[in-house]
Design a protein around this ligand. Structure first.
Ligand SMILES: CC(C)(COP(=O)(O)OP(=O)(O)OC[C@H]1O[C@@H](n2cnc3c(N)ncnc32)[C@H](O)[C@@H]1OP(=O)(O)O)[C@@H](O)C(=O)NCCC(=O)NCCS
Length: 357
């Protein structure tokens, strides 16, 4: 029997009892409405659902249960309307209880079923739909690499209003790079119109100061990092000289129009990142770009944003005639080290510290 194992969940065939449990547990989230609206169906209908699944399983559909690692069934995910001629299908998913939504289980389930669809079934294109008001589904699809392709206007009637349906699609070659999923890393570049907003040092100072302090902490010495962040931050904030030591050079560098000093936001205005890159070199014989700070908001990490921003800085450096682009990090900042390594940065300097008692 098929079992697709993830980290916190696995996908497996839905037995009759699982279908019944999903029907019993199902809660409709009126704050995040999804289609179809199965309101008012009795649990007995779950048997019918079970038979419907069996009828289509393996030809038109592949529907699997989403199970927690302890075996509790919490939802279902499916590749449906499988079209073997055109190698396409659509994805559908449901999590029965509201408490199991927005916990990352859906994202894992989508990844597992996408891997199965692209790698095992040889799909070339997988599509998904969601209502315009279902923001969490949109976020989850986008994080999985889906590209917004279209909008069916005012197509669904619900709660006295009409809503648009958003159509998403993901192609195999966007999903697979050298056999490895690149969905995390292409999503924002492909389909999210991120807004690059030039920093307003006065208006944005609290935000960028906080980001800068966090970056400093991540890159600081092992000795400094023995202090918990809150204490480290309090010390940093209490030191006006240190704050000035950050803000003044930033403001100074912003007089140079090559400088990237930006806050990155989504189209809807959510803050995603802070990024500062300065340019150096007196004459044109040796210009270099320096990534001073890169800070990605936690909820947007591991989605390829840093990859995207570093690529953007590199392009800008090339356009401005820079010979090299430099960046630095701390020995304990494994994530940042991974990022630089992946992007082809060469480590050219080592710094040492010996803690003395
Ligand atoms: C470091 C940081 C900028 C990475 O941003 P991100 O948007 O999550 O990075 P990406 O999604 O583009 O990932 C790029 C690569 O970074 C590395 N990386 C990112 N997060 C990682 C993690 N949690 N563990 C290990 N490596 C990680 C990986 O090599 C990853 O490539 P992969 O996805 O192919 O495995 C982000 O974690 C951050 O803002 N941290 C706090 C501030 C900071 O440390 N800034 C860097 C100062 S030098």
């Amino acid at each position: 029997m098929i079992k697709l194992q993830g980290k916190n969940i696995y996908l497996a065939v839905l037995e009759r009892s699982d279908c019944k449990k999903l029907y019993e547990d199902f809660e409709y989230d009126f704050d995040n409405p999804a289609e179809p609206l199965y309101i008012g169906q009795s649990v007995e209908k779950s048997d019918e659902w079970f038979y419907d699944i069996q009828k289509l399983q393996g030809n038109e559909n592949v529907r699997l249960g989403i199970f927690l690692n302890d075996g509790t069934v919490i939802g279902d995910v499916a590749l449906q309307s499988i079209d073997n001629k055109n190698r396409s299908c659509s994805i559908g998913m449901g999590m029965a209880k509201i408490e199991n939504r927005n916990k990352g289980y859906g994202k894992e389930a989508v990844k597992l079923i996408l891997d199965y669809g692209f790698n095992n079934l040889g799909m070339e294109r997988i599509t998904a739909n969601t209502l315009e008001i279902n923001i969490s589904a949109q976020k989850s699809l986008e994080k999985s690499g889906f590209v917004l392709e279209g909008r069916e206007r005012k197509v669904v009637y619900f709660g006295g209003k009409r809503y648009d349906r958003l159509n998403y699609g993901l192609l195999a070659d966007e999903y697979l790079v050298g056999g490895k999923s690149k969905y995390m890393n292409n999503f924002y570049m492909l389909n999210k119109n991120l807004r690059h907003i030039r920093i307003d040092p006065e208006k944005d100072k609290d935000y960028i100061r906080e980001c800068h302090c966090r970056v400093n902490y991540e890159c600081d010495t092992p000795y400094a990092r023995k202090t918990p962040y809150e204490e480290y931050r309090a010390n940093w904030c209490a030191n006006a000289g240190q704050q000035e030591g950050f803000l003044s050079p930033l403001i100074e560098s912003m007089k140079d129009e090559r400088t990237i000093a930006e806050i990155i936001k989504t189209e809807s205005g959510e803050t995603v990142a802070y990024f500062w890159v300065s340019f150096h070199g007196e004459d044109t014989t040796f210009i270099w770009a320096d990534v001073q700070d890169i800070y990605i908001e936690e909820s947007y990490r591991k989605s390829g944003i840093a990859t995207y921003l570093m690529d953007y800085a590199e392009k800008s450096a090339r356009q401005n005639g820079a010979k090299v682009i430099r960046s630095g990090t701390g020995c304990e900042n494994i994530k940042s080290q991974g990022l630089h390594k992946k992007l082809g940065y060469y480590q050219y300097r080592f710094e040492y510290e010996k803690v003395l008692n």
